[in-house]
Ligand binder design. Structure first.
Ligand SMILES: Cc1cc2nc3c(=O)[nH]c(=O)nc-3n(C[C@H](O)[C@H](O)[C@H](O)COP(=O)(O)OP(=O)(O)OC[C@H]3O[C@@H](n4cnc5c(N)ncnc54)[C@H](O)[C@@H]3O)c2cc1C
Length: 392
């Protein structure tokens, strides 16, 4: 087995295969130090943590992650706290993605003895529609090309990887959506300004605050797509955050040095089907969901559980006909489309009031108020926000 990419998806697939005694090589173009520090996600849904735990992959996470039981919306100058655990009995885990990646690499390479090759270049999958596919790459130490023949390839190389590009165009459809909105993604060396996630809906644009650890907080500010982060010096960032997150009686924001500042253009895509021949895509390689509802890593983990289990069953003989592999794409896509739809719905709540259109302002504020006036609306929102539906 060859797994391309050592993100949450690839490392989870690798760990499942190692636990089943399947030989596997993970190829990663970055260094171990780099992937263990790359900041991104932080919110993991409870079902995903339980699924990691069942595979022996959540011991450190369960000991260290914070549990969040509520979020708050700030609009029209007031704060409205939404206690989602009261509605669903479920909570979110907050655990920065680099910590999860660190745990997964350690378990795969140092505990389960998995083969992982960092810093590889020019990775190329071959003959994916044959019975004996292969992956070639340039070894960073010798500069030589190496060829790995395998039974299956797991393409877990994220949004900018190479796996998706080898799928024949006439066999897959790529559905895309562009929100026409940018988010300035910030990390501040500062304790959180609130014990829960904050969403600010404001005529100037959306603002968000997400606690990451007692010392680090993520903030987001809506901005034009393609905006230059240099247009956002320290003072402008904090002035806009204070303005967009203002609410009567709220404590002032805890300010700090900004250690990450980059603009994300909000867009989504979905590749259907997620597999051709013996190449199976998982995570961002197969579908990107803008970080509006903090869903991307959760979907990557969901794919990885299904793919890892299906490959292990096929390769150990428990599923000799590969039925689970045949169902893999369909089984993933149901949750993928559900989460995409929720992200679109939530996007209008966050961004409608800043569209400069009084009609959209009115309807997006009506969506928000409904969460606090209707138990049914609150329950539906909480189920989607936490990913707790019984079926997808
Ligand atoms: C600012 C931000 C905040 C986010 N917040 C959240 C959140 O709160 N909750 C959530 O669920 N999601 C969130 N996400 C999304 C989440 O980070 C991604 O969905 C997740 O990383 C996907 O995991 P993956 O394993 O599919 O891909 P990746 O994490 O991108 O991993 C792919 C790996 O493949 C490697 N690679 C790429 N190309 C090659 C190649 N050619 N050869 C070899 N290796 C290659 C990469 O270096 C990388 O290590 C956020 C994303 C961003 C940008």
């Amino acid at each position: 087995m060859v797994v391309v990419g050592a993100g949450p998806a690839g490392l989870t697939v690798g760990n499942i295969l190692r636990a089943a005694g399947v030989d596997c090589v993970v190829l990663e173009c970055e260094t171990r130090e780099f992937i263990e520090r790359r900041p991104r996600a932080g919110v993991i849904e409870e079902w995903a943590v339980h699924a990691l735990d069942r595979r022996g992959l959540a011991t450190t996470l369960l000991a260290r992650a914070e549990r969040h039981t509520a979020c708050a919306f700030r609009f029209e100058g007031e704060q409205h706290r939404f206690e989602y655990r009261e509605v669903t009995g479920s909570h979110h885990f907050v655990y920065p993605q680099p910590l999860l990646v660190t745990d997964l690499v350690r378990e795969y390479a140092d505990v389960r003895g998995g083969d992982i090759r960092f810093g590889v270049r020019d990775v190329e999958p071959h003959a994916v529609e044959s019975d004996r596919p292969a992956v070639s790459y340039t070894c960073p130490d010798t500069g030589r090309r190496r060829l790995l023949r395998c039974d299956y390839i797991a393409g877990c190389d994220g949004a900018r990887g190479v796996s998706r590009a080898v799928l024949p165009e006439d066999r897959v459809r790529v559905a895309r959506h562009d929100y026409g909105i940018g988010w300035l993604a910030l990390l501040a060396e500062a304790p959180p300004s609130s014990d829960c996630v904050l969403f600010g809906v404001h005529a100037d644009g959306f603002a968000g605050q997400m606690p990451r650890s007692p010392e680090v907080t993520r903030y987001y500010l809506q901005c034009p797509p393609g905006d230059d982060p240099d247009n956002w010096p320290h003072d402008r960032v904090w002035t806009q955050l204070r303005r967009r997150l203002a609410a009567t009686g709220a404590a002032p924001l805890t300010e700090g040095r900004l250690t990450e500042k980059r603009v994300l253009d909000m867009h989504d895509y979905v590749v259907e089907p997620m597999a051709v021949g013996r190449l199976f895509l998982a995570g961002d390689a197969a579908h990107l969901v803008a970080p509006i509802a903090a869903k991307g890593m959760n979907l990557a983990l969901h794919d990885a559980f299904l793919l890892g289990d299906a490959l292990a069953a096929r390769l150990t003989g428990a599923d000799p006909n590969g039925r689970a592999l045949a169902d893999y794409s369909q089984a993933c896509l149901r949750r993928v489309w559900d989460y995409q739809e929720f992200s679109q719905w939530l996007s209008e709540v966050y961004h409608g009031a800043a569209a400069g259109d009084p009609f959209r302002t009115g309807t997006s504020l009506a969506r928000l108020r409904r969460l606090f006036t209707s138990r049914q609306a609150a329950a539906a929102f909480a189920e989607q926000y936490l990913g707790t539906a019984e079926r997808y």
